[in-house]
Design a protein around this ligand. Structure first.
Ligand SMILES: C[S@@+](CC[C@H](N)C(=O)[O-])C[C@H]1O[C@@H](n2cnc3c(N)ncnc32)[C@H](O)[C@@H]1O
Length: 296
């Protein structure tokens, strides 16, 4: 019998199978905008495609179509939604990012909010869109330093994000040593622990700072936020930039429900509330203040 060569399987290149067609991109994009408020124009196709390709490889799924079924219509849909959100959000952050805000907080906002410097004060801050924790821990360092010069000062912080992946990193509070370069040597000594494992160039935020921050999941697109407290200050930096104007307005109004009269709202330096109908007015670069008396 003549030997026959096996027929080559019909293999499309991996990239071809995982390519995001314009129709699929629109479907994912509309879902992301509806769920997270994040604008998705066509220039995001390469970004979304590469992030989804990574997720497909992790799951061992053969095509974008198979992934759609897995995400939208499978028993794993709910669990996968959390992975999908973590895959599509942009979580760029740093310790002491946009540092001018931290000096404004201690030199201007805190003294202005201080009802009576002779009395105990439990200051409340919400770090909204906190990513992997660098921003809330920076604030925790700054507020702990402030407490040394203002007797009776204490603080608590709520830190929220939609991505369960970054919230897990934030709770763990372990960072590569190069991430903490913006800290001064004194801050590193005071607020970080070095890993004892050999060849492990990692640090961990000290327990005293970790205990001050409560991390919770929260989606800014929800109609109401499950937050009971009223805050003296809200940091909401580098999140709005991903939203369209109506979404920015709706989210800032919802956040301001939990901001006390006279309280401060900090946004990212490339963000602005100009043209939005919101109950805060600009008092410094990317710093806004709610109308009303600061004194309680
Ligand atoms: C670029 S990071 C900014 C982190 C930090 N605030 C800073 O300025 O360094 C934006 C964060 O907003 C979060 N985010 C995006 N859309 C969100 C939504 N709809 N609800 C809650 N968080 C959201 C992302 O997961 C991400 O961690």
């Amino acid at each position: 019998m003549p030997s026959t060569l096996p027929t080559p399987p019909c293999v499309e290149s991996e990239n071809e199978i995982l390519r995001l067609s314009p129709r699929s991109f629109r479907e994912f994009a509309d879902f992301i905008t509806g769920k997270l408020g994040i604008k998705m124009s066509e220039n995001k196709i390469p970004m979304l495609q590469s992030r989804l390709q990574r997720r497909l490889r992790e799951l061992g799924l053969p095509s974008i179509e198979a992934y759609k079924t897995y995400l939208f219509d499978s028993p794993q849909a709910e669990t996968e939604l959390a992975h999908f959100i973590s895959a599509v959000t942009t979580n760029k952050t740093d310790f002491f990012r946009e540092p001018h805000h931290f000096s404004y907080l201690t030199r201007t906002a805190l003294p202005a909010l201080d009802g009576d410097p002779g009395r105990p004060w439990r200051f409340k801050l919400w770090c909204a869109g906190c990513s992997s924790g660098e921003e809330p821990y920076t604030l925790s360092m700054v507020l702990s330093d402030y407490a040394l010069q203002r007797p009776g000062f204490d603080y608590v912080m709520l830190a929220t994000d939609i991505s369960s992946r970054v919230l897990a990193i934030a709770r763990e509070a372990v960072y590569d040593a190069e991430r903490v370069e913006p800290l001064s040597p004194e801050q590193r000594k005071k607020y970080l622990l070095r890993s004892r494992r050999p060849n492990c160039d990692q640090v961990r935020v000290v327990p005293a700072l970790r205990a001050k921050v409560q991390f919770h999941p929260l989606n800014f697109m929800d109609e109401t936020y499950p937050v009971a407290d009223t805050f003296d200050v809200i940091f909401f930096r580098n999140v709005m930039i991903y939203f369209d104007k109506p979404t920015q307005q709706a989210v800032v109004n919802r956040l301001c429900r939990n901001l006390r009269p006279g309280g401060y709202l900090f946004v990212g330096h490339s963000e602005s509330l100009i043209g939005l109908d919101v109950p805060v007015r600009m008092v410094a670069s990317a710093v806004y203040r709610k109308a009303g008396s600061a004194r309680e």
